[in-house]
Design a protein around this ligand. Sequence first.
Ligand code: FAD
Ligand code: FES
Length: 271
Amino acid sequence: MKTNPLVPAKAKIVSIREETSDIKTFEVEPPPEFPKHIPGQCAMVSVFGVGEALFSITSPPEEDNLEFSIKKTGKVTDELHSMEAGTEIGLRGPYGNGFPVEEVKGKNLLFIGGGIGLAPLRSLIKYALNNKEDYGSLQLIYGARTPDDLAFKKDIYENWPNNSDISVNLSVDVESPGWDGYVGFVPQYLEELSPSPEDTITFTCGPPIMIKFVVQGLEKLGFTPSQVISTLEYKMKCGVGKCGRCNIGEQYVCKDGPVFTLEELKELNYF
Ligand SMILES: Cc1cc2nc3c(=O)[nH]c(=O)nc-3n(C[C@H](O)[C@H](O)[C@H](O)COP(=O)(O)OP(=O)(O)OC[C@H]3O[C@@H](n4cnc5c(N)ncnc54)[C@H](O)[C@@H]3O)c2cc1C
Ligand code: FES
């Protein structure tokens, strides 16, 4: 009998880490039938009796368990934040196209994230570090409102700065006690750092306003639309291209995206 793709399978929360005052990372043991994901893909997570919401898988495919970093914003996320390790949730996916990890082999990779937008990029960064021989230089520019709002602190302060394969540039929007790093918005920091577009592909994810100015900054630096890749957050329901909730033009963000090149987004009149 063919299983209904809209019916979630049961999965167990193995551990929960607090990232910021409103973001928690959930390590989840996937059901055996859950296929391996590509960095940038998402899964629909359900809280039984409450509802479901889509989240990026923030762990790389090489790890057995899946990680989701979830910001508390409403019905489903409030409920998830009140859960403890050992609780069962529902899971369906993986969904979406994911980042083109094969096509960008041999290139330098520049990751630009804001706030919870580091979640999908983290899967890609960890994948690129695990497969370093396939890629050129790796650079991260990541910002949040305050130092407390920077997520994945173990990665951004310890794991990645101690790894010579990636350079890490952090920023916060406003002066904060104890912060001696860059102060300003991510697009300003990008302009100041001025990375070279030569042989480089950029991956960006964050609030739409950040993406808009990051894209303008990258174009000023000489990046072409095919060198800029973004992942979009759109309101979604089914996650599998059936309900029509997430379309831009003829494309469904859940199925054809959420990863698009700037070239594709321009064709869709998104920019
Ligand atoms: C491709 C994709 C990847 C995502 N990855 C992550 C992730 O890794 N971590 C994470 O924390 N969140 C992520 N999200 C957003 C997450 O799906 C929503 O925040 C979630 O649906 C909120 O569910 P809720 O029931 O708690 O909130 P609700 O009660 O549904 O809504 C809370 C508030 O957020 C608004 N809202 C809900 N969903 C969206 C949305 N998609 N875009 C804009 N506004 C919205 C509502 O209008 C309301 O104001 C992702 C969304 C998409 C589409
Ligand atoms: S969420 Fe239903 S078509 Fe994309």
